[in-house]
Design a binder for this molecule. Structure first.
Ligand SMILES: Nc1nc2c(ncn2[C@@H]2O[C@H](COP(=O)(O)OP(=O)(O)O)[C@@H](O)[C@H]2O)c(=O)[nH]1
Ligand SMILES: [Mg+2]
Ligand SMILES: [Zn+2]
Length: 311
């Protein structure tokens, strides 16, 4: 039976609930921004919060703070699933920008994993090749050619050497949208944030103080407004070592890799793994040179990884 206190609490809160956007989350502590732009330090009722940056919530004002009562349904959630834990990046994204560069050399496996996670979550992705002023740029372009061929947009940037040119490319891409920026360290993520976000440090400084994270802001996910009107936003997520895709079944992998997906549908075996079976339309496409050797290797490695039992 529902205790009377819980029932009345619910009845009371119905009329008084406010809406808001989660701009930072740390344990049970959540920073909620009201539609007017006021930031309220809220707490969740449960022990641990599932809320992530980008979530929309209903909250109940309590003196100087608030209590989260519910979360609105998400349009999407980008997350990675390592062997033992799920790490959510952010929710309700319009797009993902993955930043790479010729130097340090980026991992194509990490890039592919981010693209697969985004595809599985239904989030459009753009690849940003930064530091195109460097002499090794043609090598990086060559490595990205298969991604261009499979229909992914690749934009070229020289965030440090040509900030004006970078802004001309990025402003229309970011305008009116919520964009998560991901990238291994050293690719230019901080340079990008500082270039496009007014008062970047100030926007996150007070939050980490208020939530008592006691950690440097780069270790938690940050929300940045791009304009006074708060119409466009960037989300900066901390770097990662692993990018597990345990949420994906091996048989779904090919369908989430566009170069593989376009070759699907004509395999002799309905449960074809596209690795050694005869009469495989994906392997036919490989033989015709339509799928790059690197992508084939990554597919194989991922297929094995996702096929392994966890226990
Ligand atoms: N040559 C070159 N270096 C850049 C460019 N953008 C950023 N960098 C440098 O790359 C290094 C890493 O940049 P940073 O923004 O800290 O990368 P983060 O680790 O992804 O945040 C710094 O030394 C930057 O000055 C660029 O367009 N060209
Ligand atoms: Mg950085
Ligand atoms: Zn096949």
């Amino acid at each position: 039976m529902t205790p009377p206190s819980a029932r009345s609490r619910h009845a009371e809160s119905d009329g008084a609930l406010a809406s808001g956007l989660v701009v930072a989350a740390h344990g049970r502590h959540v920073m909620v921004e009201t539609p007017e732009g006021r930031r309220v330090h809220c707490q969740t009722r449960g022990k641990k919060s599932e809320l992530v940056v980008g979530d929309r919530v209903r909250w109940l004002p309590t003196g100087d703070g608030g209590v989260i009562e519910s979360m609105d349904p998400r349009s999407n959630l980008l997350f990675r699933q390592d062997d033992w834990r799920t790490k959510s990046f952010a929710a309700n994204l319009d797009q993902l920008l993955v930043l790479v560069a010729p130097d340090p050399v980026f991992s194509e496996s990490q890039l592919t994993r981010a693209l697969i996670a985004a595809q599985a979550a239904g989030i459009p992705t753009v690849i940003g090749l930064n530091k195109v002023d460097l002499p090794s740029t043609p090598v990086a372009r060559e490595r990205l050619a298969p991604y261009v061929a499979m229909g992914i947009r690749v934009i070229e940037l020289a965030l440090k050497q040509d900030p004006e040119g970078a802004l001309a490319t990025l402003r229309p891409l970011f305008a009116g949208r919520t964009t998560l920026v991901l990238g291994p360290s050293g690719m230019g993520k901080s340079t990008l944030i500082n270039l496009v976000v007014p008062q970047a440090a100030a926007q996150v400084g007070e939050i980490s103080q208020a939530l008592h994270t006691g950690r440097h802001t780069t270790t938690s996910t940050s929300w940045y407004w791009l304009d006074e009107a708060r119409s466009g936003a960037l989300i900066d997520s901390p770097g990662f070592q692993e990018f597990g895709l345990r949420q994906i079944a091996p048989e779904d992998l090919a369908g989430l890799m566009p170069d593989f997906a376009s070759a699907l549908g004509d395999c002799k075996f309905h449960n074809c793994s596209h690795r050694h079976e005869p009469g495989c339309s994906v392997r036919d496409a490989m033989a015709r040179g339509e799928i790059s050797p690197t992508r084939q290797r990554i597919y194989s490695e991922l297929f094995d990884e996702l096929s392994q039992k966890r226990w």
